[in-house]
Ligand binder design. Structure first.
Ligand SMILES: [Zn+2]
Length: 278
């Protein structure tokens, strides 16, 4: 059996994207911390928001490019895994040379790219919205405090109010995003989770589509000594299509809470004949 060159975790690839988000968030925080809160005007808050919008727009471009490059990379690895698993090629190099996307996979990859881009866009849209609200609130607070100071004779906005304003501006940048299961994630943690999950899902789906395209109707779930609920599925033979004969579970029916959950690293190797599978 040929071993694949790496466990497809894509750590380094994902790190590139996570770093871009961290940097953008840091830039936005710096921009907001430069705001002169005691003398806040609509003009300087508008200028700050324009800078924030620019930072987010370039982050959106960078992340769209990343998705366009790396989702197909995971997909190609998925085809290679299928080709090697079925013994069509002996080495990864040889498999990579003949690896191409069948029609189903071309469609799958296009959808995976669009979905991932949409998920990432939701992160920057969330930051944009929260920052706008916080800056508008800070501007209103500052104007109100300045109005009051004319009445009560205080020179500056009180330290408490300033601290509060700084605090809400800081939180706005780091506001989490809430996933479908109701869990709250920090932006960069969410980006890491979404991309890791999509890369692994792409790898698996593409492997299965390639396997079915080559007439293999079963697959084996990889093992890496998982400690979570996935442990019960390691090495399991599954059907890749519900119509396949034999008493095996259909991969699409496995509970997503237990296997192929967010951040799951399990892959599938195609199997032609489950009775003769090692
Ligand atoms: Zn897993």
């Amino acid at each position: 059996m040929v071993t694949l060159p790496h466990d497809p975790t894509y750590d380094r690839d994902i790190e590139i994207l996570v770093r871009a988000y961290k940097k953008a968030i840091r830039d936005i925080s710096n921009e907001l911390s430069r705001l002169e809160l005691t003398d806040m005007s609509r003009a300087n808050s508008q200028a700050a928001l324009a800078e924030v919008a620019k930072t987010l727009a370039s982050l959106n471009d960078e992340s769209a490019e990343w998705v366009k490059a790396y989702i197909p990379k995971a997909a190609t690895d998925g085809v290679v895994q299928a080709i090697i698993g079925l013994g069509v090629a002996e080495t990864v190099d040889e498999a990579a040379k003949i690896a191409k996307f069948n029609r189903l996979n071309r469609e799958f990859v296009a959808t995976a790219i669009a979905d991932t881009q949409a998920d990432l866009l939701a992160v920057t849209q969330n930051i944009d919205r929260k920052v706008r609200i916080a800056v508008r609130q800070a501007t209103a607070d500052a104007m109100r405090a300045n109005l009051a100071k004319g009445i009560n004779g205080r020179r500056t906005i009180s330290r408490d109010i300033l601290a509060n304003m700084r605090n809400s501006l800081g939180e706005a940048v780091n506001t989490g995003i809430i996933d479908a299961a109701g869990r709250r994630w920090k932006p960069e943690a969410y980006v890491e989770m979404v991309t890791r999950t999509k890369m692994a899902q792409t790898h698996r789906e593409v492997t299965m589509n390639e396997a079915l395209g080559r007439g293999a109707m079963y697959g084996r779930i990889s093992r890496h000594g998982a400690k979570d609920a996935c442990a019960n599925y390691e090495g399991m033979i599954v059907k890749l299509t519900p119509d396949a004969p034999g008493n095996y579970r259909y991969v699409g029916d496995l509970p997503r809470r237990e296997i192929f959950h967010p951040r799951c690293r399990h892959t599938i190797t195609p199997v032609r004949d489950p009775l003769n599978a090692i």
